[in-house]
Design a protein around this ligand. Sequence first.
Ligand code: MN
Length: 502
Amino acid sequence: MISYDKQEVWFITGSQHLYGVKTLEQVAEHARKIARHLNGVSQIPIRVLYKKPLSTPDEILQLCLDANTSNRCVGLVIWMHTFSPSKMWINGLKILHKPMLHLHTQFNSDIPWNTIDMNFMNLNQSAHGGREFGFMNTRLGINRKVVVGYWKDEEVIERISIWTRVAVAWKDSSTMKIARFGDNMRDVAVTEGNQVSAQIKFGYSVQGYGLEEISTHIKAARKKDILKTVDSYLDEYEVVKQLMPKGRQHKSLIEAARIEVGLRSFLAEGDFMAFTDTFENLAGLTQLPGIAVQRLMSEGYGFGAEGDWKTAGLVRSMKVMAHGLPGGNSFMEDYTYHMDGKQMMVLGAHMLEICPSIAGEKPSCQIHPLSIGGKAQPVRLVFTGSVGPALNASMIDLGNRFRMVVNNVDAISPPKKFTKLPVARVLWQPHPNLKIGAAAWILAGGSHHTCFSQNLSKEYLQDFAEIADIECAVIDEDTSIQGFKQMLRTNEVFYHFRQGFR
Ligand code: MN
């Protein structure tokens, strides 16, 4: 459901004709070596494709045209080995609409103190060539990531790898279809938003369906598929006694499997990558989907509860960025607090829909009543999330633009056992602490719904926001309320002017 196959990053080198053929051959040879190295490192999960160095405006324009129309190219890594006069780049950069990473590196790591001569100086000009290129990007107002350092450096590789994963997620977002079963939870504000603006900005389209469309698929679920799904419940989870084949509520487990088979077939048939539902629109469904949503999320589908399509899209994008990394990503909600002054923490959970990819233990498959919605008892997976550094990210629609809000947290182990809590959960302490973290989040207007990630750092979300050209308000160990408020005010002005009169 998520694949990195057939995706490429193009490695582009800028130069010019002044130095003669021999120097250009050396430029090409060095560029090939760097591209080969980046292609070979395991951290960069897709192919890095070497492209012949560019030294004329026509070549540059053609390359940008090719990149735009290539279905495989998710973005360009651009390096200036020599000086490359940047007026040559104007026509190309003006039409380029793929993400860009400017790699500010040089072929040699050290200055060869004893042998350095004018030939060396003519060839190794990244230090000033990169500045000329930077000027033109800034002059044209192009968002890009700038990574500085030696190309074999672990930290440099890591930063390229992060951007590459984000570029794949960006491409995924540009064609994403989000299915919305029912509408929004009535009267809720933050889960609303302008779907036209979202499609213009992120590419994804949100498509609404009545519940009869999903219930038709659920009714059509084949017995064979339902039984296979029940078998995987029994195999993969600790199923409570009453749901087991001879248990008194086994029928509910079969019903949960029927919903999963139906939902899965609906999503597959429409090529959807994310979906939402709401407990207020459940006509034709016997129970609110619990385990079905949890399992589909763990396979890579984005999800947002109560009609929250922005979070559904964000969960999907974050799952694409994190593809293959240890740890998980889940739809999440700040549920309740532990306000003991010494160790304040947040209990994150939802009515049902937390992704088992973040579980720190084998999930238990249980059935309990849901206090709202008035439907049959839903089957759900119950577990506690694993411990370690994590973050919450939220996407909100401010009416005239989008804002991403990110908060670093530490997931911790519950100080006492939960004996009656019937939902999956994770406990965390926000950075820099709950008082500042929650106050900053609230001042930024961040949603109660988030995507909780165990394997993405804030840099992923910052890169994503940079490509999307939206604000990214980060709350971390350096946050002070005074500084954060000022940043939000400055950003209001910046983004207002940035988008012009629209
Ligand atoms: Mn909710």
